[in-house]
Design a protein around this ligand. Structure first.
Ligand SMILES: C[S@@+](CC[C@H](N)C(=O)[O-])C[C@H]1O[C@@H](n2cnc3c(N)ncnc32)[C@H](O)[C@@H]1O
Length: 302
């Protein structure tokens, strides 16, 4: 799809380029913050799965607004390298690896975080069950890390897909946070199962010592906290009256752009010109193919 036709089909994509955001996802975090006031008084922030960096841009702009809060620290973690962002410390690392938690703790000088967010999405394989499983594991890894680094009362926001095991996740979260809400920002397409869990008021499990151990699976980790699948299922057979359903909130102004609608650029006060992306990918997977093509060494096998 050409750049300008994507601009029309997806006005958030276009608006992101106009406003200098590296990805349209920026609007999701902005709309979530508008609804839940997530950045109030935060000093230590972890942005998990952060590349190309639009959430980190939002965090940097909002938290360091008006030159205030200059002792705040934002750490952005991703498998991919990221181009620098003002006030953001980048860490190229795997969020599922225990060493990543240690590195973040070092950057924070042992202080805990007020806010952890994750917009993680693994590379899709095309095998639906496998993709769903990896996505669910990534959310659990983000939650594991959050439980180890968040201070009491802190908040956690993560992208989820409202699939089969979502009740179990809501139940687990209900033990860890005062409030758990499932939020759908208007910039997230209604046609997608994507939503965000907004978890406010972290309550560390009594007597549980936060640590990530390479030998523990995510299931064993939550089992150790007494909120694993088997503990919950023993006590919590999901009868209707026991079922944990997080309240669902749509956020973002109703008059704002509809992410499922197609607009003409003229209609939208935007000029009918195509704009380049704000940040080209730093290490795209197709980079090697382009290099080979330039050297005339690219062989296409059928
Ligand atoms: C949808 S993008 C995030 C977009 C980002 N929030 C933004 O606003 O620019 C998902 C990211 O998850 C990252 N990711 C997937 N698995 C990861 C892992 N195990 N550790 C760290 N990052 C991971 C990918 O590299 C990708 O950059």
């Amino acid at each position: 799809m050409g750049k300008s036709s994507k601009d029309k089909r997806d006005l958030y994509y276009r608006k992101a380029k106009e406003e200098g955001w590296r990805a349209r996802s920026a609007f999701k975090l902005l709309q979530l913050n508008k609804q839940f006031d997530l950045f109030k008084d935060v000093k230590r922030v972890v942005d998990l799965c952060a590349a190309p960096g639009s959430w980190s841009q939002v965090l940097s702009r909002e938290i360091f607004k008006d030159g205030k809060n200059d002792d705040a620290k934002i750490v952005a973690v991703d498998l991919q390298p990221m181009s620098p962002i003002d006030n953001v410390i980048e860490l190229q690392a795997d969020i599922t690896h225990p060493k990543t938690l240690e590195k973040i703790m070092e950057i924070f000088d042992g202080e805990k975080a007020d806010f952890v967010c994750s917009d993680g999405a693994p590379d899709v394989t095309g095998l639906h069950d496998l993709d769903e499983y990896i996505q669910a594991q990534l959310i659990l890894s983000a939650l594991q890390l959050a439980t180890c680094i968040l201070k009491e009362g802190g908040s956690f926001v993560a992208k989820i897909f409202r699939g089969r095991d979502i009740d179990l996740l809501y139940s687990q979260l209900g033990y860890l946070f005062d409030k758990v809400i499932c939020a759908k920002p208007r910039s997230s397409r209604a046609s997608s199962l994507e939503a965000f869990i907004v978890c406010i008021g972290y309550k560390p499990r009594p007597g549980w010592i936060p640590s990530l151990k390479p030998e523990l699976s995510t299931e064993e980790f939550f089992q150790d906290m007494k909120i694993g699948r088997s503990t919950l299922n023993e006590n919590l057979v999901f009868e209707d009256e026991e079922r944990k359903v997080a309240p669902f909130i749509a956020c973002g102004d109703l008059n704002s752009i509809d992410s499922d609608a197609t607009y003409t650029l003229d209609e939208s006060s935007l000029k009918n010109i195509s704009l380049d992306p704000v940040q080209s990918p730093t290490a795209p997977p197709y980079k090697k193919a382009l290099e080979l093509k330039r050297k005339g060494q690219l062989k296409i096998t059928k």
